[in-house]
Structure formats: structure tokens, C-alpha cells
Design a binder for this molecule. Structure first.
Ligand code: SAM
Length: 204
């Protein structure tokens, strides 16, 4: 999966590649679809949600430019796979999921795999986790109509935010890189994520 789907498409960050080689992706997928765990597209995880395509996980993580001391906010815990990649690279991960059943299952999987640097919350993540801000990286793994202002406010300096922005059906991967020179917004490529449902997302 990593060599064919990720490295060949240009992801070069050695830490991201090593983490994704080591994490057992099948553990994050319900039994019924486990045989599809390493395929090149999203896979159902129940509750009408999906585990993101491996390439998207790799690219978005690479863009965050994480290091050992990073504190990261993830919106959309889903299966917990992206959370595992973040928690392998960073010091602390704050992850928010709106569906309690998914959060509970992800927490069980991640705890069983030994991750102890993750904090979980069940609520609308489009407003972020203000008490824990600022974050070195913020990743939104569901599609938003615009970059949520609350998340931009919770980004540290330096810091990078990555999110799919667009309509319910199709989005652009957008990053905001913050430095002492200001914020730089970059639009990367087309992508397709399930919708972010919430105050700064789409209506339910
Ligand atoms: N990163 C996940 C993974 O590796 O499995 C994939 C996440 S899935 C593409 C998007 C997730 O965002 C879904 O689990 C969905 O329930 C969640 N979600 C949607 N709106 C949300 C919101 N406002 N706050 C938190 N989670 C939300």
C-alpha cells in the first residue's frame, strides 16, 4: 500500500511513510470489510461514514509538518486510523467525533494498540477545542463549505491547518500555513470527503 499508492504519488516524508507501514490499518475496519483495508479508496466503517483513502491520509499528514513536540487537533475521528498516524508522529492528539459509536470504537482500537497520547471528545468539532488551543496542526477529515473560522483562531504560530473545502459532493484540499509573515492559503487538488456536519459545517 505505502510503496504503490503513496510513495509513487510523491509523498516523501519518511516519518509519515514509516508510521503508515507500521500501523495495522485492518484493525480500524469492521470485520465485514477488513479484506479491503489496504485498497486505494475509502472503505465503510459503519454509521454511513468511511475510513479515508490511504493516500489522502498520507498527503494531509505530510502537509501538517509535524514533529515530536507537536500538539494536533483532528476533526472527525472516524475509525481512528488517521488519529493513530498523528499520534505516532506528534506529542499529543486531540480528536473530536460527532458520532458516539464511532468515537467509542476508535478509542477501543487505539487503546488496544497502546496509544496513550490521545484525548477524545464527542461533539461538533467544527468549533474546535478552544480550551486546548493553540495547536501546531489542525486536520479536518470531513468536507466543510468554508474553512471554519473557529479552527483558524485555534491555529498556533507557526502552524498548519489542512481541510477539504467545497460542496457536499466535491472539494479542494486547502492548507493554511501560519508563520510570522502571516497566513498563506494554498489550494492543492480535488478530493471527495463525507460532509462536516455542524455549526461551521453543513446542516444535518
Ligand atoms: N479520519 C478518519 C479515519 O481515518 O477513519 C476518517 C473520517 S470520516 C472521512 C469523517 C468523520 O467526520 C466521520 O466519522 C464523521 O462522523 C465525522 N464528522 C462529521 N462532522 C463532524 C463534526 N462536526 N465534528 C466531528 N466529527 C464530524
Amino acid at each position: 500500500m505505502v510503496t504503490r499508492q503513496i510513495e509513487r504519488r510523491g509523498v516523501r516524508d519518511a516519518a509519515v511513510l514509516t508510521a503508515m507501514r507500521a500501523i495495522p490499518r485492518h484493525e480500524f475496519i469492521p470485520e465485514r470489510d477488513r479484506h479491503r483495508a489496504y485498497e486505494d479508496h475509502p472503505v465503510p466503517i459503519g454509521s454511513d461514514q468511511t475510513i479515508s483513502q490511504p493516500y489522502m491520509v498520507a498527503v494531509m499528514t505530510e502537509r501538517l509538518r509535524l514533529h515530536r513536540k507537536s500538539r494536533v487537533l483532528e476533526i472527525g475521528t472516524g475509525s481512528g486510523y488517521q488519529t493513530a498516524v498523528l499520534a505516532t508522529l506528534a506529542a499529543e492528539v486531540f480528536t473530536i467525533e460527532r458520532l458516539p459509536e464511532l468515537s467509542a470504537r476508535a478509542r477501543m482500537t487505539l487503546t488496544a494498540l497502546g496509544y496513550d497520547n490521545i484525548r477524545y471528545r464527542v461533539e461538533d468539532g467544527s468549533v474546535g477545542w478552544p480550551e486546548a488551543a493553540p495547536f501546531d496542526g489542525i486536520i479536518v477529515t470531513a468536507a466543510a463549505p468554508r474553512v471554519p473560522a473557529a479552527l483558524v483562531a485555534q491555529l498556533g504560530d507557526p502552524g498548519v491547518l489542512a481541510a477539504p473545502i467545497g460542496s457536499r459532493g466535491s472539494q479542494d484540499l486547502v492548507t493554511i500555513s501560519r508563520s510570522e509573515d502571516g497566513d498563506v492559503t494554498t489550494t492543492h487538488f480535488r478530493c471527495s470527503f463525507v460532509p462536516l456536519i455542524g455549526v461551521e459545517g453543513f446542516p444535518d
